[in-house]
Ligand binder design. Structure first.
Ligand code: FE
Length: 193
């Protein structure tokens, strides 16, 4: 272990002590939150999307109160920032970025993918979002409005993508199986297969 690593470990321990001493977050709460985040994955968000495609009431709940919609499916949201859900339609497509750092709805999507945190994605998602989508193989029709949304420490966003053609009559589980992380960030759109 080099000096820099020792310093960051000492800093982390000191910070956790201060947070506990000030009653902001106990050691137990921090440990619990790390365990919950470690267990989270895009499969959680995919279950929400699939349910929204099947169940109109759930879709409405998801769009008005994302955190409650997540909790309905057993995804713990305690202590997390509010979750906003943006619906893609034939008229508007949403793309999520954190221009500042890596704010991400970890409770429902797990840890952010490496590219989400990269300087180039954070800059180009704003400067040239259509170009970024093209690189992902997403050729957005010109008449579709593209809205780039900034995730922050106070509000995390995920995308409710459109259900693809060719999935009529599918079960919720089968629908959930085709929904990828990128579909819920907005770089890609779900494919029937
Ligand atoms: Fe951030």
């Amino acid at each position: 272990m080099n000096i820099a690593e020792l310093d960051s470990d000492a800093l982390l321990i000191a910070l956790r002590r201060v947070l506990a001493a000030k009653g902001i977050a106990s050691e137990e709460e921090i440990t619990e939150r790390i365990a919950i985040t470690d267990a989270a994955s895009p499969a959680g968000g995919a279950r929400m999307v699939a349910k929204a495609w099947m169940d109109e009431d759930y879709r409405e709940l998801m769009l008005t109160d994302g955190a409650r919609a997540a909790e309905t499916l057993g995804i713990p949201m305690r202590g997390m920032p509010p979750l906003g859900v943006l619906e893609n339609t034939t008229e508007v497509h949403h793309l999520v970025v954190c221009t500042l750092c890596s704010c991400y709805p970890r409770a429902v999507l797990g840890y952010p993918p490496f590219w989400f945190k990269s300087v180039s994605y954070r800059a180009r998602a704003v400067r040239d979002p259509r170009g970024v989508l093209l690189e992902w193989g997403t050729d957005l029709p010109e008449q579709v409005t593209l809205r780039v949304v900034d995730s922050t420490a106070d509000y995390r966003w995920m995308v409710l993508p459109m259900r693809p053609d060719g999935t009529e009559g599918w079960s919720e589980e089968r629908l959930a199986s085709i929904i990828r992380e990128g579909d819920m960030i907005g770089v890609t759109v779900p494919q029937a297969g």
